[in-house]
Design a binder for this molecule. Structure first.
Ligand code: ATP
Length: 458
């Protein structure tokens, strides 16, 4: 049953293996309720009874069983092929468990808007429903796909509350656009993409439920290819260390979502790099014949790497630049303020300029080659750490707080992120800046990275 604001509810009956698709603009809300039968949204089952709310989303409600009836929605979906893919992955996982070896390392590639993120969610949910604990690796810096995991803010909160070990709260969003993340999936994905209402256990620092986050700082991997490669390699390394200690995750394997950059210049270079550093052994090419044949050719001599193709769902919707930008801004907003369902209370603080050292990686977006310091060419400059002196240009910037004790390269460049700050005001006279922070108290470490994201508090 679909209920729009100020409209009387509509009821839909779904045939087996059919889906009901709908789009909700930003600023409007659609409520959805399952009245009978079974249904799932991108792999996650929804229950009978509760109302699910959607805003600024494009959604598909799918049923395996449905109800044969006169009224139905005739949709062709590739869900059977997605389920078969999952079953094949399950066989790999079973074999891995028997051998005690590693599970499948799946990488989903394809152009923009073919449903890579949706397929990722489906495969993760199905794995979870079978009792697996795969690790979700998100290399798509355009969006922050997962919002249900409560642990990320904790990372920061716990650090701050080290002294009096009373965690302030434990619900929060994982991360914001521009981040590269790896998250162990051990609880149900939230269909509303808000905050997991079931996710209330408090993970401890460094536990296997803590996401791993690095800050790249830009939406497009092509913006600073060298940095993107360094950070994905670093992420892969950390994921491997985690897998060494966690047998369930190791045998369940990885599901890696990628960005839609597939031009055969930097796009291919980045894809090949990611396949290599994550030792991906199953490459799923979604909805793109040429990319499939190119990938199949590139890896034809490597018997340990399988390149497979799946077709795009007819339901996948193209998102224009405006919609993407709005989604990014909303994710940042949610990081600090939560959602309409679960509100969060961020904190304003005024801090001295000198209490935080801010670094930018690369001169790229700052200066043309001719304006670079003497002796620094563009290649080198891509990963050069540049200290940013606070001034007006910092206003409305997003900063990633990093966990390092050493302000040296490469420690600073490759440090894990503990949380994000927003710079709302700069006072050049008093040398102070006003920051919005997810939690009160002193900053865990006085180092931050800045990328290209700006945000305006609504
Ligand atoms: P990008 O690489 O640009 O991030 P993507 O390939 O990951 O895109 P998705 O984010 O999975 O693509 O899908 C694009 C949009 O289409 C999303 O808003 C998603 O919710 C929607 N969508 C995906 N599958 C369906 C479906 N079967 N019915 C309706 N909407 C869908």
């Amino acid at each position: 049953k679909e209920e729009k604001e100020n409209e009387s509810p509509k009821e839909w009956k779904l045939e087996p293996e059919h889906e009901f698709r709908f789009e909700v603009d930003f600023g409007t809300t659609v409520k959805l309720k399952l009245i009978e039968g079974t249904a799932e949204i991108f792999g996650t089952e929804i229950g009978i009874g509760p109302e699910y709310e959607f805003s600024g989303r494009k959604v598909a409600v799918f049923t395996w069983h449905g109800k044969s009836s006169v009224e139905y929605l005739a949709n062709e979906t590739p869900m059977v092929s997605y389920l078969n893919m999952h079953l094949a992955l399950e066989q790999c996982r079973e074999a891995a468990r028997e051998r005690g070896g590693p599970g499948p390392r799946v990488m989903i590639v394809g152009p923009e808007d073919v449903g890579k993120t949706s397929l990722t969610k489906i495969l993760l949910s199905y794995a979870l429903r079978q009792g697996r604990q795969p690790i979700f690796v998100d290399l798509d810096t355009n969006e922050a796909s997962l919002h249900y995991q409560p642990s990320f803010r904790n990372l920061y909160v716990n650090k701050i509350d080290d002294d009096d070990d009373t965690p302030t709260f434990n619900q929060g969003t994982v991360t914001i656009p521009g981040a590269l993340t790896a998250t162990p999936i051990n609880q149900i994905l939230d269909v509303e993409e808000g905050f997991g209402s079931s996710a209330t256990t408090l993970p401890s620092i460094g536990s296997s439920t803590t996401p791993i986050v690095y800050y790249y700082g830009y939406a497009e991997p092509g913006e600073n290819v060298k940095l993107y490669k360094i950070l994905t390699a670093r992420l892969a390394n950390t994921v491997n260390l985690r897998l060494d200690q966690d047998e369930d995750a190791r045998t369940s394997g990885l599901i890696i979502d990628t960005s839609g950059l597939i031009d055969n210049n930097v796009g291919y270079e980045i894809l090949q790099h990611c396949i290599q550093v994550f030792s991906a052994n199953i490459i799923i090419v979604l909805g793109h014949e040429r990319l499939y044949s190119d990938m199949a050719r590139l890896y034809k001599d490597q018997s340990d790497i399988k390149v497979l193709k799946l077709s795009k769902s007819g339901g996948v919707v193209n998102r224009d630049k405006m919609f993407r930008r709005q989604s990014q801004m909303r994710k940042i907003q949610e990081y600090f303020y939560g959602t309409s369902k679960v509100g969060l209370q961020p904190f304003n603080a005024s801090i001295d300029f000198h209490s935080l050292s801010i670094y930018r990686v690369g001169f790229g977006s700052l200066a043309p080659s001719s304006a670079l310091p003497i002796g620094i060419d563009r290649k080198v400059s891509e990963t050069q750490l540049v200290r940013v002196e606070p001034d007006e240009t910092l206003r409305h910037s997003i900063l990633a707080l990093i966990t390092t004790d050493s302000p040296e390269e490469p420690a600073l460049l490759e440090a894990n992120v503990s949380g994000f700050l927003y710079v709302s005001e700069i006072d050049n006279v008093k040398h102070k800046m006003t920051i919005l922070s997810p939690c009160p108290g002193r900053l865990p470490k006085p180092y931050a990275l800045i990328g290209g994201f700006k945000w305006m508090e609504a």
